[in-house]
Write a protein that binds this ligand. Sequence first.
Ligand code: HEC
Ligand code: HEC
Length: 363
Amino acid sequence: MNRRTVATAIVILMLVVLATWLSGCGSKPAPAPAPPPTTEVIQPVSGPPPAQPPPAPPAGAEDESGAAANAVDLIAAWAQAGAPETAPFAYTGVDGATYQAAFAADILPLFTQNNVWFEGSQACTGCHFANAENSYHEMDLSSYKGILTGADSLEEPPGVSILGESEPGKGDIDWSHSKLRERLRNNRMPPGSEFDITEANRDGPCLAVSAQGVEAALGEYDCELTAVGLIAAWVEAGAPEGGFAYGGAEMDFERDVLPFFTENNMWFQGSQACTGCHFANAENSYHEMDLSSHQGILTGADSLEEPPGVSILGESEPGKGDFDWSHSKLRERLRNNRMPPGFEFDITEGNRDGPMILAGTRK
Ligand code: HEC
Ligand code: HEC
């Protein structure tokens, strides 16, 4: 050991003693000032790159989502503009602004393309492709001319307008009373009817009638006596609260008709009673409608919003007595399937105006 080594050892020893003494001091009550907060931020050499502003959209690719609109609203705007073939028409986008659209690019694809209305929806033209007998309702939804000609063009020439015209070509388009609007928005009642392309189930199940009343044969269709036929006979007899004739037997409203509104399993296996959803002239009953009694059925729909109500039996006003079964809402709702087939029944009514559409495709 030389002197230098000894001196170093002594210094180290003194430092150790000093450090020990100081650390002992640290535990004494004398308050030591808190260490200042570290202000210097130590950056790792390879840190994250400084934050950048979001990338600018590529030039020319504008965000057009505000221009989308519900399919039925778009068709309504076209019809209400007079159903022009080439001239642009105005409609309101989801953002509330006004946009322009045209028949060929924005309307026709809603009838001719698959998957437009919901995932898996068939094109209307799969079933309505020509003014020919083998096309449903002799209807051609593949062209401007076909859509304006409408339904039953051979059976009732020149056709039955689906845009609410008094006759195809008259120009008195009435969208809110049009068959097209109804078929796009309105669900068949009661919900859950199977779509039957042969149309056999549209009049409801077959019935046997006798002096004891009606007997429904669930799952059997296409007979002379049916549930819809029974209700039609009742309305055509003036919708009495008591007796009327059907199929050569004496029927009674309460015993024979009312159960088709108030009981489960009357229309098909598993069908719900109408009164499950339409039980009172109250806001929380769908369409403010009460199908539980003679009085309720005659009052009809929307009794609070449009008093005294909107007849479902085709009367000009509830109580007027001018029943018109063939144009009644009740007949429509019992017989007519929503188009295209396969729409899910949505009790919130959220899907009645169709999906959001932009440039002829679902968003
Ligand atoms: C799978 C076949 C099929 C497809 C697809 C279809 N329909 Fe129909 N459509 C029918 C049948 C069958 C009827 C008659 C039975 C009924 O009323 O439920 C009908 C009836 C109609 C009627 C009533 C015509 C009248 O005078 O009462 C309209 C309107 C209609 N369809 C429009 C459409 C529209 C619009 C689409 C597409 C969004 C469409 N249909 C898709 C089969 C189809
Ligand atoms: C599960 C609930 C539910 C049941 C059951 C039900 N409905 Fe409906 N009904 C609705 C909803 C929701 C609406 C409105 C949405 C729509 O039009 O699709 C409606 C609308 C109607 C309308 C249209 C009223 C108008 O002024 O446009 C009639 C008519 C109707 N239903 C009759 C019936 C009949 C008849 C039955 C039984 C045979 C029945 N409903 C069973 C839920 C139901």
